[in-house]
Design a protein around this ligand. Structure first.
Ligand SMILES: NC(=O)c1ccc[n+]([C@@H]2O[C@H](COP(=O)([O-])OP(=O)(O)OC[C@H]3O[C@@H](n4cnc5c(N)ncnc54)[C@H](O)[C@@H]3O)[C@@H](O)[C@H]2O)c1
Length: 250
């Protein structure tokens, strides 16, 4: 008898939003290595296809802020790969960095559309089928900012708090209706291109709060997500997993 492969994702279909670069790319690569058939869904179609090509997956254009785009992308994934077992809602933007009284209404709307509405739309597009099949794993990428509130990042911080709450509520809605789990993760500063859009003093502030005194690595986040989307992670739902180098001990 061959040894069972722990945390294998063989024959499972995984959607990773924002999978064209940064944390999402790292997650897509890791899930593919574990045997998953990965759909790299990103607003940047060319980059999504480039990553997908390298990992033997499919690259799909998807703007998570648009219900029509999410619906079309999900239909495309089902047609090309089959029913969806795993969704990682990772697409996100930092938005404008400024104190509240210097922000305009459109600054808030832009971040909400991607970071919070995007998670709602993708969950809504896949959860019906997960309930029918009695299986699913959803991981939503929140942030330490959603637990603590980072100054100059109110739109971002509040969407991430919303993602944590959405996760808890959806987890309870599907609990006991098959083997479906919904969890979130809250990374602190991870070395990716998103940091290029945040002023250095804000990044330094965030770094100064991390007891391990360093940024996190994409591979470290991908390892945590891999566990959470595995079949083995079947009795844990509605949680927000910290990956912050000790910044949050709650
Ligand atoms: N890097 C960090 O320090 C950090 C910390 C905590 C949480 N996060 C979260 O992790 C996730 C990934 O962040 P990252 O650092 O890899 O960012 P990134 O900017 O490197 O990558 C984000 C990806 O999302 C895609 N994207 C943006 N808008 C989209 C849309 N409307 N529809 C589909 N795709 C879209 C981009 O094209 C890009 O490929 C985000 O949700 C972010 O908020 C990041």
């Amino acid at each position: 008898m061959p040894e069972p492969r722990f945390f294998s994702l063989e024959d499972q279909v995984a959607v990773v939003t924002g999978g064209a670069q940064g944390i999402g790319e790292g997650i897509a690569r890791r899930l593919a290595k574990a045997g998953g058939h990965v759909a790299v869904c990103d607003i940047n179609e060319a980059a999504a296809q480039a990553v997908a090509k390298e990992i033997g997956g499919v690259g799909i254009a998807c703007d998570v802020a648009s219900g029509a785009s999410v619906g079309a992308a999900v239909a495309d994934v089902r047609r090309r790969l089959g029913p969806i077992d795993i969704v990682v809602n990772n697409a996100g933007i930092a938005g404008k960095t400024a104190v509240l009284w210097e922000l305009e209404e459109k600054d808030l709307d832009a971040v909400y559309a991607v970071n919070l509405k995007g998670v709602f739309l993708m969950c809504r597009a896949v959860v019906g089928e997960m309930l029918e099949r009695g299986y699913g794993r959803i991981v939503n990428v929140a942030s330490i900012a959603g637990k603590e509130g980072n100054p100059s990042l109110i739109p971002y911080s509040s969407t991430k708090a919303g993602v944590i709450a959405l996760t808890k509520a959806l987890a309870k809605e599907v609990a006991g209706k098959g083997d479906i789990t919904v969890n979130s993760i809250s990374p602190a500063v991870i070395q990716t291109p998103i940091l290029d859009g945040i002023p250095k003093p804000t990044v330094d502030y965030m770094l100064s709060k991390i007891p391990m005194g360093r940024t996190g690595r994409v591979e470290e986040v991908a390892a945590l997500v891999h566990y959470l989307v595995s079949r083995e992670a079947s009795f844990t739902t509605g949680q927000c997993y910290d990956i912050s180098g000790g910044r949050a001990t709650y």
